[in-house]
Every structure is written in C-alpha cells, then in structure tokens.
Write a new protein. Structure first.
Length: 347
C-alpha cells in the first residue's frame, strides 16, 4: 500500500479505541516533530512512555550529582539536558551557580582528555541512558583502564526497557500496543521484546524515526491490534536485526550487571538497571541506593505521564508555571520528554 493509503486508513479509523505507547524518547520527539498525532483518527491515541532517560532519573540521582559537584577536587561532567532537571531542592545548574564544579560535554569520551589534563582531580561522568548508551560507557571504561586514568568515575543511572514495560503492564496502564524503541532494538535485536509480547498478549512494532517509517509502523501496529496478533514485528529492518548484537552484549556484561533501580515517579523496578560489577567498583561514584524520588513541586504529574495515566495537558502547571525555559518537572527538560515535545509542537 502507498503511504497516502495508510494515512487515509489511520485518519478515518472508526473502530474500537486504540491506545499505543512509544517507549523511546527519540520517538516522542519524532512523533511531535512530524505531526504524527494530527494524522490519526481520534480513536487512535499515542501515549509517551518512560523512554526519555532524563525524565526517568529520580531526584536522589540529581541530588547526588549536586553533592559531588560541591565536593573539593571533584568535577561533574554531563550532557546539557541533565543540568536543568530538578532535584529535590534545586538543579545541577543552580548548584553550579553557587560554586559547584560542572563541565558540559557532547560525548562521554570527552572526559578522557579532562582526566588526562588534570590527574589530581576526580571527574564524575553522569552516566544516564538505556541499552543504547550503555556500550559507549563500556568504551569509556576500556580507555580509562588502558590509559590508567583512575581519576574517572561514573555515577550510573543506566536502565533497561523490559522491566519498565512489565511494570506498566502490571500496574494498570491501558495499552493496546507498543512502538518498540528503535535505537534500543538496534542493540538488542527485535526478539528482545518477544517474551513481553507473549506474557502480556500485546503487540510490538519496531519503528524507525522518519515520518514514513512511523506511519508504516503505526499502521502495522493498529492492524495487529485489530487482528489480535500479539507478536513483535520489525518495521525497521534497515537497522534492526532480529537477534541481539553479541559483541555489544559481551562488552556490557564485562562491566555491568542487572540491578533493582528507581525510576522517577514509578519507584524501584526489579532488575531494570545496570550497575558496575564489583571488579570495576573503583570507577563508581556512589550509584547504589539513589532511590528517593522527592520532587519539590508536588503538582508535577511526570510519574503518571510516564505510565500513560495522564497527558501533559492534564498537568495544571503545563505551559504556565512549567515551560522548557523554566521546567518544573523532568518531562519538560529534554526534547525527548513528553511535556517538552507537546509544548513545542503547540508553540
Ligand atoms: Fe511535570 Fe511540567 Fe510536565 Fe507538569 S508540565 S507534568 S510539572 S514536567
């Protein structure tokens, strides 16, 4: 079928209401950027799930970064988005304003040069992300070991998707199908989601990030819902294989092991994180037990939004007390956040 026919079907769909969730921050951004919601019938709802790494980082993690940045002889190194995420009292940016040592970089590998240039200073990299970014941190550790840079640390908030998807399904999220994360699938393979599809009888569609790719995957997912097909279909075959990448898996297993970790607004999810193994604990900056999620602004509904139980427009602060330039919650900070992407698509 031509794309125009697929769009025509999705626009005029008049069957039972269907709720689909994307669990990838890049999909959240791409769906808003390409105006995909505007192509769909009112009977097809797209929800943004817990796929934005910055959005799911609990306040205790931000508080720990702030504490480290204020320690003598220690610098926190991070991507820009994390600077503005609210902790329990303030953001890393605010801590920087009162003397915290914080460096912004564009790649984790940039910390190698910083550590080499200042061997007596500790550099803590804020290692957030999912299965997609974990391999980059293993390369950083490879280099740190090879070059003897033992003044590098990671504060990890690395997470894996299956635990979070299980959590949603076990806790009353009404979801008829998942748009599986494209970047994660490129590392894990599409079969990664087979067990979840089988257990919860929910279909998964692996999708790319272009407008056409999203339309094809959403159309395919809607057809699967209509036909009661709860399998995993790969609509991103140019990038995603069925099976995992064994080299990357080996590399991740060399440094990291699964752990119970906290997700902002959702609590501790068993086995849903990656922490450094004992052999590499010398590179850890204190990542264990950062589970408290004590948001300052009680009106923020990020947790419910990440679970598909509320929409950004349901939050009383949306677009007023909370905007991308003045975020009151984590979902408004990054362009991968649900609140941010909806706000930008309307303004
Ligand atoms: Fe939280 Fe802001 Fe989103 Fe409301 S609009 S849920 S305060 S991030």
């Amino acid at each position: 079928m031509e794309i125009a026919e697929l769009v025509d079907f999705l626009r005029n769909y008049d069957g039972k209401p269907i709720r689909l969730m994307e669990v990838c921050g890049s999909h959240t951004h791409a769906i808003a950027k390409h105006g995909i919601r505007g192509l769909l019938s009112d009977k097809i709802e797209l929800l943004s799930g817990p796929g934005c790494p910055v959005c799911v980082t609990p306040t205790a993690y931000i508080d720990k970064l702030i504490e480290l940045s204020l320690q003598e002889n220690t610098t926190v190194v991070t991507f820009g988005d994390l600077l503005r995420v609210p902790g329990s009292e303030e953001s890393l940016n605010a801590a920087k304003g009162r003397g915290g040592s914080v460096e912004m970089v564009y790649s984790p590998m940039d910390v190698l040069q910083l550590a080499k240039d200042n061997p007596y200073r500790i550099y803590v990299f804020a290692a957030v992300g999912f299965e997609t970014t974990a391999p980059v941190y293993t390369l950083l550790l490879d280099q740190a070991v090879e070059q003897g840079l033992y003044n590098i640390r990671l504060l990890t908030a690395l997470k894996t998707m299956p635990g979070a998807i299980s959590y949603l399904c076990d806790n009353g999220a009404r979801i008829d199908g998942f748009i599986a994360p494209g970047h994660v699938s490129a590392v894990t393979g599409a079969d990664y989601f087979n067990d979840l599809a089988k257990k919860y009888q929910i279909p998964f569609a692996v999708s790319g990030f272009g407008a056409k790719e999203l339309v094809v995957a959403i159309y395919g997912l809607v057809q699967m819902v209509i036909n009661g097909d709860s399998s995993v279909k790969n609509f991103y075959t140019s990038v995603v294989e069925q099976d995992k990448n064994p080299v990357i898996e080996m590399q991740i297993n060399k440094y990291f092991e699964a752990a119970d970790v906290a997700w902002r607004g959702m609590g501790i999810i068993p086995g849903s994180g990656l922490l450094l193994k004992d052999d590499y604990k010398q590179f850890d900056a204190g990542s264990m037990g950062l589970d408290v999620d004590n948001k300052k602004n009680k009106a923020c509904r990020c947790g419910e939004i990440l679970m598909g139980k509320a929409k950004p427009s349901d939050c009383p602060l949306f677009g007023t007390a909370c905007t991308p330039s003045n975020p009151a919650g984590a979902c408004m900070v990054s362009e991968e956040g649900a609140c941010n992407s909806v706000y930008l698509s309307k303004n």
